[in-house]
Design a protein around this ligand. Structure first.
Ligand code: 5AD
Ligand code: SF4
Length: 439
């Protein structure tokens, strides 16, 4: 490499906002900045990167207030470099540098493979901005994953990015760009590298992951991954109802390593609102789809996303959402108050009264919480398998995930991190389960 070897003492602090794909991107950015060691403390850093989220207004605002705090660190340490990556970087570009002059670097989600060259510009005293959607595949320009230190047992793996669906509320098609899939061979290589480093579970990531078409369909990719020795569990997220094809549903029945958990956002239970959201499915077609998925895998735990207070949503529309949630019985569901995103079609439509939207959000969350508790409670007494991820707070306790993605605390555990342990669930708490090992 032509890059001069950097000071090995340098420290990098990365703060990640938003979705799992940002978590994955942060790892890849850290790996690409050779010569920097990660630090957990911003005060110790020579370079700070905020990997940002633009999905809702509050997420973007948080970035600017955090940058205000980081600026103070720079006053104390003038050589500190501050960078903004991710979707706010993409959406706001040079505006970030204007609004916060302490920022040295702005890099979008599709150009961060150029980070080492940008860092060199910073070391030369310059500032660097890159929010291109380059032709080249950033992943092909990033270092392989084989060299990294031993990893946690569960890892994310991006297989698809971007979105061509243009839901009327969403910034993703603008910040992440058009839908692109990584070639299956590269995904399989990366998965093998991760497994060599101790990974036993991968979650395949994509904004529309089930639209994957990297020379294979997602179902074919899942089956190919299932053949990798040592890789024990496969998950994927986030899916769109319209891309849930028969073969992928069949994979839930025939591929043991594919975990019985599916995040399938519907956003609303009202056809009138779904139409305005440009979702191109109905509440009824979503319900039928879930029936088919449950026929293939009866114990599957469903998860979803909902937006309340979308422009022109009436109380009757909202009731239709409550009805749909009642029918599905979600193990997990995430509900958000509609947030106006500049440049998206819904931003131009008549907005719902914010107090009314708050009230709906509370009512929906109460229903979701009740369903989640019921499903957690139904796990008590059941025999599950946990992938152990870390030590618990209490002595002798280990923490991991069940096949259904529940966090499980194992008391008096003999298992080590990375073990797949058979357990019996003994109790259900608000956000987790307690278990003992089956020996
Ligand atoms: N306002 C509120 N929630 C939104 N989401 C996406 N865009 C918006 C918005 N403008 C939610 C959707 C999506 C999840 C990731 O975030 O529910 O599925
Ligand atoms: Fe946030 Fe969406 Fe970008 Fe992920 S893709 S970082 S959730 S705006």
């Amino acid at each position: 490499m032509s890059r001069p070897s950097p000071d090995p003492q340098k420290k990098l602090f990365i703060k990640t906002y938003g979705c799992q794909m940002n978590v994955y991107d942060s790892e890849r950015m850290a790996e690409s900045l050779e010569g920097y060691a990660l630090t957990e403390r911003a005060e110790d850093a020579d370079m700070i990167l905020l990997n940002t989220c633009h999905i809702r207004e509050k997420a973007a605002e948080k970035v600017y207030s955090e940058l205000g705090r980081m600026k103070k660190l720079k006053t104390a340490k003038p050589d500190l470099k501050i960078g903004v990556a991710g979707c706010v970087a993409q959406a706001e570009g040079a505006e970030i540098m204007r609004r916060q002059p302490a920022v040295d670097l702005v890099v979008g989600p599709q150009s961060y493979h150029r980070l080492p060259a940008m860092e060199a510009v910073l070391q030369g005293g310059g500032r660097a901005l890159d929010t291109d959607f380059p032709e080249e595949d950033k992943f092909a320009h990033l270092k392989g994953r084989g060299q990294a230190a031993r990893r946690a047992p569960a890892a994310f793996l991006t297989v698809q990015e971007g979105c061509d669906k243009f839901c009327a509320f969403c910034v993703v098609p603008y910040t992440r760009g058009a839908e692109v899939s990584r070639p299956a061979e590269r995904v399989l290589t990366e998965a093998r590298e991760l497994v060599e480093r101790g990974v036993r579970e991968v979650t395949l990531l994509g904004q529309n992951v089930n639209a994957y078409h990297g020379g294979m369909t997602l179902a074919q990719l899942v089956r190919a991954l299932a053949k990798i020795d040592g890789l024990e569990r496969i998950r994927y997220t986030t899916s769109h109802p319209n891309d849930m094809d028969d073969d992928l549903i069949a994979a839930h029945a025939d591929t043991d390593k594919l975990m019985p958990y599916l995040h399938l956002p519907v956003q609303s239970g009202s056809d009138r609102i779904l139409k305005r959201m440009n979702r191109s499915h109905t509440a009824e077609s979503y319900l039928r789809l879930i029936e088919r998925i449950r026929d293939a895998r009866p114990d599957i735990v469903m998860s979803g996303d909902f937006i309340v207070g979308f422009p022109e949503e009436t109380e009757a529309d909202f009731q239709a959402t409550l009805d749909l949630v009642e029918q599905i019985r979600y193990g997990y569901a995430y509900s958000f108050k509609y947030s106006t995103r500049p440049g998206t079609p819904a931003a131009e439509r008549p907005q719902v009264d914010p107090a009314e939207a708050d009230d709906r959000l509370q009512r929906l969350q109460a229903l979701i919480t009740r369903q989640q508790r019921e499903i957690q409670q139904s796990m008590v007494g059941r025999d599950l398998t946990v992938l152990v991820e870390k030590k618990g707070r209490e002595a002798g306790q280990m923490v991991g995930k069940s096949e259904y993605l529940h966090a499980v605390h194992i008391d008096d555990a003999t298992a080590a991190i990375g073990d797949l342990v058979p357990v019996r669930i003994t109790a259900a708490m608000t956000n987790s389960l307690t278990a003992r090992e089956r020996r």
